[in-house]
Ligand binder design. Structure first.
Ligand code: NG6
Ligand code: CA
Length: 502
């Protein structure tokens, strides 16, 4: 009898431990490190030879590196909108590249990626680039309480720049307030007419430490012309050189603070977007000018996050995703020698196009998932889309979400964990023109847009003719097979139309 009791007890303990291990396994910490404008060929684990990214490579070596992962759009705001809401951005007007004073695009009352985690009992945080608007219609009150903000749609903590490094206001926003703002020197921002009397890049180019190549000739902040006019807020203005350090420090302290509870961190780096202004530790280190140097800085950032997880013994219980919001661009509006010092580097790898483009370089991005013990080391060719993170993490954490507000996100957890090697049947991309990838095939809808962006020297993928490519044989989208394969063309057109009309 005693023996039996002991056996029952031992069994009970075993069950308890298994349950504990399981419940821990399904509530890992989750960190998304989301780079800006990082191309498919910009990191060494995706084939870059002229620049080395040892920390990102290490992540890839320990996890699954995806070769066929996609953003929903070839620019920032719509990609992020789709990832955080589970709704293709093109369903909602006004989700193109947002100005610096845009009103909040994601409003309370709908499912969001951070809300999924919050409901599952996670502490949630966003650090870095936001670019999804803030405040009510008409834009936020930079000198008062900023609402709606990330805090109203599922984030417990937020330390962000409102839009981009090249747009005013050039200040950090922590939770609901601009950091270090002197009330006696209020911030004013305008994207329409000049305000204040500060020098602009257009009127005072002699004051610039980095000259603009196109656009970026409004108010000069920290020696760099920006998009938009700004006056006031002198004590709150950022110094671009310190930005990677500041964001990294905020990300690390979020992890430290919440080390004892499940957390979700959306760490959205300003690197490698323009203006590319590395800290002096990285200046000149890549031999490729500032664009290469900020790739090194980004890699350092990733290393700091990994070091923190190791130090706190959180690595095994943390699922880390590393990706980008859209493809690469070399000259995005500043003379920063990116073109001259490219040195044979191919930011898009073998893909055609780049940021802004319907060709695949616009939307096919590096995507790495590391979760030791759960995600095998290796490479996956599964077709995955960032729009599916919401439903997939809802599945992982056992949460429901509002399918009516998140109509496009689907549970592909098993593909993201490297187990299902197929992924989606098809996915939609948007860059002015719509594209659909289905199996090996990609169709780009006819569009009237320009063929080339002369300013950025990017092939935009627009054509008045339908385009059909076999990506398995022709990853560079060189041979348009629309005419010789009308059945495949029709098949993809029908599916695209169905999704658009859904
Ligand atoms: C463009 C900017 C470009 C960049 C982009 C947004 C000009 C001439 N070009 O309008 O520099 O800021 O918007 O990039 O102003 S994104 O990655 O945030 O989508
Ligand atoms: Ca971007």
């Amino acid at each position: 009898m005693i023996k039996l009791n002991k056996l029952v007890y031992a069994f009970g303990v075993l069950v308890l431990f298994t349950q504990m291990a399981f419940s821990q396994a399904v509530r890992p910490n989750v960190i998304i490190i989301y780079a800006d404008d990082l191309g498919y060929g910009d990191v060494s684990c995706y084939g870059a030879k002229k620049v080395a990214t040892p920390n990102i490579d290490k992540l890839a070596k320990a996890g699954t590196r995806f070769t066929n992962a996609h953003t929903t759009s070839a620019t920032c705001t719509p990609s992020r909108y789709s990832m955080l809401t589970g709704e293709y951005a093109w369903r909602k007007p006004g989700t193109g590249v947002a100005t610096g004073d845009a009103a909040a695009l994601i409003l309370p009352g709908r499912s969001t990626l951070p809300l999924v985690f919050q409901k599952a009992g996670y502490k949630t945080g966003v650090v870095g680039k936001w670019h999804l608007g803030l405040g009510p219609q008409g834009g936020p009150d930079w000198n008062g309480e900023i609402k709606p903000s990330p805090l109203d749609i599922g984030f417990d903590e937020s330390f962000i720049m409102a839009a981009t490094g090249d747009r005013v206001p050039c200040v950090y926003v922590e939770n609901r307030r601009v950091v270090n703002l002197d009330p006696a020197d209020p911030i004013k921002v305008s994207f329409k007419e000049p305000i204040g009397n500060e020098p602009t890049g257009r009127a005072n180019p002699e004051l610039l430490k980095m000259k603009h190549s196109h656009g970026h000739d409004f108010t000069i902040i920290n020696g760099i012309g920006r998009i938009g006019y700004m006056t006031g807020g002198k004590s709150a203005r950022w110094k671009d050189e310190d930005m990677a350090d500041i964001f990294t420090e905020k990300a690390v302290s979020f992890i430290e603070k919440h080390q004892a509870e499940p957390f979700f961190l959306y760490f959205s780096t300003q690197d490698i977007h323009v203006p590319r202004v590395p800290h002096e530790r990285f200046t000149g280190k890549s031999g490729m000018g500032p664009r290469g140097d900020v790739i090194l800085q980004l890699d350092w950032t990733v290393g700091e996050v990994m070091k923190t997880l190791d130090k706190l013994k959180l690595s095994n219980n943390t699922l880390v995703i590393f990706s980008s919001d859209n493809g690469p661009v070399v000259d995005d509006g500043y003379h920063d020698q990116a073109v001259e010092l490219l040195n044979g580097h191919t930011p898009a790898g073998a893909l055609r196009g780049g940021k802004y483009s319907a060709f695949d370089a616009g939307t096919r991005v590096p995507f790495i998932v590391r979760w030791p013990g759960q995600v095998k080391a290796g490479v996956s060719n599964a077709l995955v889309s960032q729009v599916d993170l919401l439903a997939s993490f809802a599945a992982l954490t056992g949460q429901k979400f509002e399918a009516s507000t998140a109509p496009d996100t689907k549970d592909y957890l098993s593909a993201f964990l490297g187990r299902d090697k197929k992924g989606r049947d098809y996915l939609i991309e948007h860059a002015g023109a719509f594209s659909i990838i289905k199996g090996d095939w990609k169709y780009i809808e006819p569009s009237k847009g320009q063929k080339m962006s002369v300013q950025t020297n990017t092939e935009l993928g627009n054509s008045p003719q339908p385009q059909l490519y076999n990506l398995a044989k022709d990853i560079g989208e060189k041979n348009n097979l629309a005419e010789i394969n009308p059945e495949k063309l029709k098949e993809l057109q029908v599916v695209l139309q169905e999704v658009k009309e859904k």
